[in-house]
Every structure is written in structure tokens, then in C-alpha cells.
Design a protein around this ligand. Structure first.
Ligand SMILES: Cc1ncc(COP(=O)(O)O)c(C=O)c1O
Ligand SMILES: [Zn+2]
Length: 427
């Protein structure tokens, strides 16, 4: 592999593997790799541009297949140094792709239904994938504190990654999150700050902190390190295709909060096609939201190109971003691929969590209830073709959102006797 090093202006050379530069998603303006996220020309979002030109397809495939059973098997396609697997990181990924035949029967899917179960990551959500990238960027740029604005899962992932890397962490969350997420974020020993407000208030506060001397030396994984962080979601696309035997699925259902994950799954699929690792054929990407925070699905259904912000009110708190940064890009991708963006009510989210648990033994957090619920709705409406290979993402663990299924519990309480067991009608 040709490892490239690119000098950032005024800082020593950084080695982030095949990452060649930052490129504006709006105007294409390129700048050297650095902790910046907005284009100096048009304020558009910056993303990583790569140089993959030296890769031979079959050599790359072998290298990936011989790699570690985590996201670093894809290091040649990520903004990380070549020796990333030897550094202290949380090493997420290579989670199960479960062939969900029982769920398929319930939903009437005949073309093959899979659940990509990212609850199996170190802090039990897909956020470990993105944080693992941001940590490498933070190291490369010399940050000493790792931070973020979070709807819950990200806070835990940052806390764990910082602990492992020996960095300080200080993360910001809305003050009223689920207990499971608060504990999960606090247990790693970093600082956890509740902000009186919703996620969008937290995010605004973090943007102010970055511009202030108080935030000096801080790497905010989803703000000033966002271009690096976001690339972690590509690994979901890589893994799904590799686990399908280097095949593209026909349809993927992805949850949307900021929309970053969905846009990077599309980027990852495009890269695999471009590199010749999978056959070039059409695929459809579907976005899933909760009705109580559905700015993107509302815009999709109305045929709008812009996303009007909403005030979130849903049990799917991890997806409760009312002003999603990547909303317009999600609309583009859903329309370009022939997919859709749909939403479900909180009641449908709970029913879908229980359906997935009952059929496949997978206990999803509310975000997983959103994707499974939306999958059901899209099949019923005919937008999703049940005869095609479909992958549904479960991005988090149900143990973090126990309140959503409150009331699920004991079937009976009995005395420790067979008579009592029989009386309860359980024999
Ligand atoms: C469990 C879970 N799934 C999905 C998402 C959506 O991520 P994105 O902001 O990339 O759309 C989040 C974001 O917080 C999340 O916590
Ligand atoms: Zn620009």
C-alpha cells in the first residue's frame, strides 16, 4: 500500500494513511489534513479525500481478509496510520450480520433479511466505530482532551476510547437522558456534563467552546474532528458487503440522527464499487426516523431539498437531533438510489423492539426499534421490495433504553413448589 503523508500548514507532518486532504462537499475546495470541519470558501462541510490509486483489487481484498477481526482490517481505506492496530484503541467492529429468517417470515421478506447487529461493539453501539477514527485523528493533531456533544451513545464511546488511550475526556449530553446511557458514559472515569437543553442546544454550546480559549487542546470528535469521525461509518458498509461474500445488498435500512452514518454508508459502498471489490449494481438506501423527531422524513415526503428543524419529542433519544447536519445529503442519497425516508411512532418503535427480540433474540435499543419498525412500514407500503436482499441496522443495545420496554418482566411469581408452578398454569 502507498502510505501518504500530508503536511498540514503550520503543524508537523501527519500520517493518516491513505487520507490525502480535506475536500469540501459543496464546492470541492481542498485543504491539507487538519482539525477543521468547514470550508473556508463556502462554509460547506469538509470530508476526507483519499488516494487509493496504488491499490490492486485482489491484493487489497486479501489484505483485508487477512486483517484483524475489527474495523482495522479496513485500515487501507480509512484515515488512520498503517500501524493503527498496534495502538491503544477500542478496536470496534466486525459485529455479527445475523440472517434473520424468523423476522423475515413475520415481515414477509423472501429475498433474504439480515440484521447488522452493532450492539456487539465495546460500548454497545455503532458509535465506537466513529470514535475509533476520531481518536487516531486526535492523536495525530496532538489533542489532550477528547470531547463531544452526544445524544448518549457517543458519550460512552468517547469515555471508553479516551480511557484506553490515556487521554482526558469531558463530554456533554442533554441532562435528561436514559440512566443506562448516563452510567455507561460516566463509568470510564471522564467528566460528564449534563446541559439544560436538548441535543441541538448541547451542540451549539460545543461549537462555542471550540472557539473559546477554554476549549484549546480539545478534540471534539463530532465537531472539529468530524471529517475523520464520520469515516468510521463506512466500515458498516464494508463489513456488510464482506460478510455477504463481497456482495452488495439490494436494500439497506439505516437510522438517522444527524444523517452522517447514512451518508458514509453510501460513500463506503461507492468506494467498494470503485475499487472493484464488489460488483457495480444498483442498491437502495432507506432512512429511518421516529415520528417525534422526523425532520428528514418530513422533507423527503414533501419533496423538499431543505430540512426544516424540529423540536424532538420521542423515546428514540439517540436519534433525537432536530436539526440534522447531513439531512440534505440524506435526501439526495435516498432519492438517487431509489430509496425513501420513513418514520414510525413511539408505539411502533416499542412493538418493533419486542418483535426483533421475540424473533431473533436481539435486544435492540430504541434506534433499532426505529429501523425494524420502518422496515415493516416500508414493506407494507411497497417501497421496500420483500423479494430483495435487505439489511436492517441495529445500532445499539436495548439494555441502555430499558424504560422503552418498561412493564416487560416476570410472567409469574410463585412459591418454590411444583404445586405453585402448576397453579400458575405454567406446567
Ligand atoms: C444508536 C444510534 N444509532 C444511530 C445514530 C445515528 O447517527 P447519525 O448521527 O450518524 O445519523 C445514533 C446517533 O447518535 C445512535 O446513537
Ligand atoms: Zn466549499
Amino acid at each position: 500500500m502507498a502510505v501518504q503523508t500530508v503536511a498540514t500548514s503550520g503543524s508537523p507532518t501527519v500520517d493518516l494513511g491513505p487520507a490525502a486532504a480535506l475536500s469540501c462537499r459543496e464546492c470541492g475546495h481542498r485543504v491539507p489534513l487538519g482539525p477543521v470541519f468547514a470550508c473556508e470558501e463556502c462554509f460547506g462541510p469538509l470530508e476526507i479525500a483519499y488516494d487509493f490509486s496504488a491499490y490492486d483489487t485482489e491484493e487489497l481484498r486479501k489484505r483485508i481478509e487477512d486483517g484483524p477481526a475489527n474495523i482495522w482490517r479496513y485500515a487501507p481505506l480509512l484515515p488512520v496510520p498503517a500501524d493503527v492496530a498496534d495502538k491503544p484503541n477500542i478496536n470496534p467492529g466486525w459485529t455479527k450480520l445475523v440472517k434473520a429468517d424468523n423476522l423475515a417470515r413475520e415481515l414477509g421478506v423472501t429475498g433474504g433479511l439480515y440484521v447488522k447487529d452493532d450492539s456487539g461493539n465495546p460500548t454497545h453501539s455503532f458509535k465506537d466505530r466513529v470514535v475509533a477514527q476520531a481518536l487516531e485523528a486526535a492523536r495525530a493533531f496532538g489533542f489532550t482532551t477528547l470531547s463531544c456533544s452526544s445524544t448518549g451513545n457517543l458519550a460512552g464511546a468517547v469515555g471508553a476510547a479516551a480511557a484506553r488511550a490515556g487521554l482526558r475526556s469531558c463530554v456533554f449530553i442533554p441532562h435528561d437522558l436514559e440512566q443506562g446511557k448516563v452510567v455507561m458514559a460516566a463509568v470510564y472515569g471522564g467528566e460528564l456534563v449534563g446541559i439544560e437543553g436538548n441535543y441541538d442546544d448541547v451542540n451549539r454550546f460545543c461549537s462555542e467552546l471550540i472557539g473559546d480559549p477554554a476549549g484549546e487542546g480539545w478534540g471534539f470528535v463530532n465537531v472539529n474532528l468530524r471529517p475523520y469521525y464520520a469515516e468510521g461509518s463506512k466500515t458498516l458498509a464494508y463489513e456488510i458487503c464482506e460478510q455477504l461474500g463481497w456482495r452488495l445488498p439490494d436494500q439497506i435500512v439505516v437510522p438517522i440522527a444527524s444523517g452522517s452514518q447514512l451518508t458514509k454508508i453510501d460513500k463506503g459502498l461507492q468506494e467498494l464499487i470503485g475499487l472493484g471489490l464488489v460488483e457495480d449494481k444498483p442498491y437502495k438506501i432507506f432512512g429511518a426516523q421516529a415520528e417525534g423527531c422526523s425532520p428528514v422524513s418530513t422533507a423527503f415526503k414533501a419533496g423538499h431539498d431543505v430540512v426544516r428543524p424540529q423540536k424532538p419529542n420521542t423515546i428514540a433519544k439517540s436519534l433525537a437531533i432536530g436539526n440534522p447536519a447531513d439531512g440534505p445529503y440524506v435526501l439526495d442519497i435516498a432519492r438517487r438510489t431509489g430509496g425513501a425516508v420513513e418514520d414510525v411512532t413511539d408505539e411502533q418503535v416499542v412493538a418493533a423492539i419486542k418483535l426483533l427480540a421475540r424473533t431473533e433474540g436481539i435486544f435492540a435499543e430504541t434506534a433499532g426499534g426505529v429501523t425494524v419498525g420502518v422496515t415493516r412500514k416500508l414493506i407494507e407500503s411497497g417501497a421496500l421490495d420483500p423479494a430483495k436482499t435487505t439489511v436492517v441496522l441495529n445500532t445499539g443495545d436495548g439494555l441502555k433504553t430499558l424504560d422503552a420496554v418498561a412493564g416487560t418482566g416476570l410472567t409469574a411469581t410463585i412459591r418454590p413448589t411444583l404445586d405453585s408452578f402448576r397453579e400458575a398454569g405454567l406446567a
